[in-house]
Design a protein around this ligand. Structure first.
Ligand SMILES: Nc1ncnc2c1ncn2[C@@H]1O[C@H](COP(=O)(O)OP(=O)(O)OP(=O)(O)O)[C@@H](O)[C@H]1O
Ligand SMILES: [Mg+2]
Length: 278
């Protein structure tokens, strides 16, 4: 991400469920479906993030983009926004940079080791956080929800960082059903108890209902726009589509300093894109 640029603006809405950090919990979610949810934030899995140009926070350099992410983190950590602990990252259409921004922002939050941070891949259509993880994760969210193994074994700590990632290892065909299940909400409740910050990567909100379906379980959302790419009318559609959680701000991804975007219309591009890659 060479020219990313983060700006937030509050919408003065109260968080739906600000989660307070408690001592690491061994609580098992009381779920009928017996998903393994016993939890502590300890995990034996350590992963390296494969270096990619867009993961600017890995460099820790004095790149202005790093500064922007740290500034965004600071904005989200102070004042009224500080109470919004569990956040969805979404965008209007595919490829706006949701996953890239999620990962960078999570790494930025994790620079404060006092405030345990987790990034969860809830793009169950086309999970992508795993692309950066080495070794490639074999365990993730879906296996925990299916009761195949405990949460702790699916958590991955990023080497050199306090960030934990709960990846998703494969796509599924009915993600909304999973994301609105009691197993999922109970698992998320358990996770919230162990982390100060929970970031959730999601699919694009204009073509898919997933991010809005998650909204009632989180405190707020962040909308990513891609400079010179996200069409303005789809930005508006995205604002309208996010009904269930306040949008805390937008991140303009890939903007140059003097950027004044009027948007580009690309027709049905995003539907085709999904069809191609699935
Ligand atoms: N600021 C940037 N500069 C250059 N490349 C970028 C930037 N942000 C993202 N990319 C690249 O654009 C592509 C899409 O980014 P990413 O996967 O983060 O988008 P996404 O919104 O999560 O996509 P999807 O909707 O498919 O999940 C990736 O190849 C990523 O490396
Ligand atoms: Mg993505």
């Amino acid at each position: 991400m060479s020219r990313s640029h983060g700006k937030t603006s509050t919408r003065n809405q109260k968080p739906t469920s600000a989660s307070s950090r408690t001592a690491l919990s061994n609580e098992s979610a009381n779920t009928e479906n017996s998903a393994h949810t016993e939890n502590s934030a300890h995990t034996e899995n350590s992963v390296k993030l494969e270096h990619a140009g867009e993961l600017v926070l890995l460099d820790g350099a004095d790149d202005p983009v790093v500064e922007n992410f740290l500034r965004l983190k600071t904005k989200l950590s102070h004042g009224q926004l500080a109470s919004f602990k569990t956040l969805i990252v979404t965008s209007p259409i595919p490829g706006d940079g949701k996953s890239t921004v999620s990962m960078n922002l999570a790494l930025a939050f994790a620079t404060n080791a006092e405030a345990p941070t987790i990034l969860i891949d809830c793009d169950l259509r086309r999970p992508s956080l795993r692309q950066w993880m080495r070794p490639y994760p074999k365990r993730g969210l879906l296996g925990v929800l299916d009761g195949e193994y405990p949460l702790t074994s699916a958590l991955h700590r990023v080497a050199g960082s306090s960030l934990h990632i709960l990846p998703t290892t494969h796509g599924i065909s009915d993600p909304v059903r999973t994301l609105t299940s009691s197993r999922f909400s109970q698992l998320l409740s358990v996770i919230k108890q162990s982390y100060s910050r929970v970031l959730i990567d999601t699919p694009p909100i204009v073509p898919f209902p997933d991010a809005d379906a998650l909204g009632s379980l989180v405190d707020g959302s962040i909308l990513v726009l891609r400079s010179r790419k996200t069409p303005k009318h789809l930005y508006i559609r995205a604002l309208e589509s996010m009904q269930s959680a306040p949008i805390l701000g937008t991140v303009l991804n890939g903007a140059s300093k003097n950027f004044l975007d009027k948007g580009h219309h690309e027709g049905s591009y995003y539907y085709d894109y999904y069809r191609k890659k699935q």
